[in-house]
Design a protein. Structure first.
Length: 349
């Protein structure tokens, strides 16, 4: 795996990504401040998220339990408050490069990959819920940029499917992740499991509260770490509480890089499964196929009739191509997830 001029290999120090995500609170100036904080804390890269709320959330969207605990009451209002446009994100790319950092972007909708690729992002990343979203993965890797795939709340067979879809692309890495905020169990056996399944450079997306977990992940074989960075862990917002403030982030990065000397001294049994603490996030944050308009019985589906949005209550995104040309069995409302029984000849597999 190579990002810019940096090789992600066991011979190099662990690569540390500061996940700014939505911790800018929808404030473009704060996003720039966090880029500088990441550089001063010793990160190799910063990562942001790009979404348009109405493209990502269907009428059935729900809040995850950790988002409710953070004081959120409406999933759509929450995301609208946290959106940054591409025009607002563009200066973060420039600032990162000025400070010697790579700039990485998670894109949540297939339609947004093309516009996002017009900026000089050094790599793209998929969020854990979208590991099953084959059209989105292929759109991002199709830009020619490196792709990092998170695997939180997934099973070994699901990781294997994603690895197979991306087999033809050389610059792909995978991150073990526990999709719980904060994560009570790092489940480090997921790192060697994902590495064995994919045969790719493997890292760890860390949602624990400890500054020492990165070093533990490195000892389990992680070549790359992703950790949320915030200006204040007590700030309002869904991710601040599971993040590190700059001083702790600096300590985290330092300990992780020291951990390289002890690589593989700690042995972990490979184990990749959905943990109990991940089930809620898996349910509300995965996407499924959604109708773009009201559909009547007898209509035949075309590409313009379908898109993918949260939650994952309907047919998985990777099955979208098999739905084209299928006949509608029962009325489906616009912006509603489509179930297998809504269409002729579509099984539940």
């Amino acid at each position: 795996m190579r990002i810019g001029e940096r090789d992600i290999t066991p011979d190099e120090p662990v690569y540390v990504i500061a996940e700014i995500g939505v911790n800018h609170d929808g404030d473009a100036e704060r996003a720039l401040q966090l880029v500088r904080a990441a550089a001063e804390a010793g990160a190799d890269a910063v990562k942001f998220q790009y979404f348009e709320t109405d493209r990502l959330m269907s009428r059935s969207a729900k809040l995850a339990a950790y988002q409710q605990s953070a004081g959120e009451t409406d999933p759509i209002a929450m995301l609208r408050r946290l959106e940054l446009s591409l025009d607002e994100l563009a200066p973060t790319v420039d600032r990162a490069h000025e400070l010697g950092l790579h700039a990485i972007l998670t894109v949540f909708s297939t339609e947004l990959v093309g516009p996002a690729s017009e900026l000089a992002w050094d790599a793209f990343k998929s969020a854990s819920p979208d590991m099953i979203h084959r059209p989105l993965l292929e759109a991002m890797v199709g830009t020619g940029r490196p792709l990092i795939v998170s695997t939180g709340a997934s099973t070994g067979p699901e990781v294997n499917d994603a690895a197979d879809w991306l087999r033809a692309y050389p610059e792909v890495a995978f991150l073990h992740c526990v999709s719980s905020y904060p994560a009570p169990d790092p489940a480090m056996g997921g790192i060697p499991a994902v590495a064995k399944i994919t045969g790719r450079a493997t890292g760890y997306s860390d949602h624990t509260e400890s500054v020492q977990t990165g070093a533990l992940a490195v000892s389990a074989g992680a070549l790359m770490l992703e950790r949320h960075l915030t200006y204040d862990r007590t700030a309002r917002g869904p991710d601040h509480a599971a993040s590190l403030e700059p001083a702790d982030f600096a300590r985290y990065a330092h300990l992780a890089r020291q951990g390289r000397a002890g690589l593989n001294e700690t042995r972990f049994r490979p184990d990749k499964r959905v943990l109990a603490c991940e089930r809620d996030v898996r349910a509300v944050s995965r996407q499924s196929v959604v109708a773009t308009r009201d559909l009547e019985p007898g209509e035949v589906l075309g590409a313009a009739d379908l898109t993918c949005k949260r939650p994952g209550e309907g047919i998985a995104p990777h099955r979208l191509p098999e739905l084209l040309g299928r006949m509608v069995r029962k009325a489906i409302e616009a912006d509603a997830p489509i179930a297998p029984g809504d269409l002729e000849g579509v099984g539940s597999g």
